[in-house]
Write a protein that binds this ligand. Sequence first.
Ligand SMILES: [Zn+2]
Ligand SMILES: [Zn+2]
Ligand SMILES: [Zn+2]
Length: 109
Amino acid sequence: MTLAAGDRRHGTAGGYRSGCRCTACRAANAAAQHDYARLRSMLVPCPGCGGFKHFAAAQCRACYDRDRIAVCGTETGYTQHGCRCRLCREASAAARRARRQRSAPEPVS
Ligand SMILES: [Zn+2]
Ligand SMILES: [Zn+2]
Ligand SMILES: [Zn+2]
């Protein structure tokens, strides 16, 4: 038997024990058994695009690259994502400069 498409047990070891053999349930079962060799070779649905990603990864390569490109040129790209491209370094430097200017004491005339 298989679980209905919207069944909440999908993607859990319980779903697998209920007889579902979809990718998400098989991956969850492998994880529950600490079967990491099998797990590594499995592809599960990517939350970002509905494509496939490796079980251990947060998202697929395409989403990872897309998110990276989306943050490039912002301070977030530099500080949160650890990107050190020219755009991110410049954005981070500019943001630091702006903060310094704001926190600097007002010149008294
Ligand atoms: Zn399932
Ligand atoms: Zn994706
Ligand atoms: Zn960047």
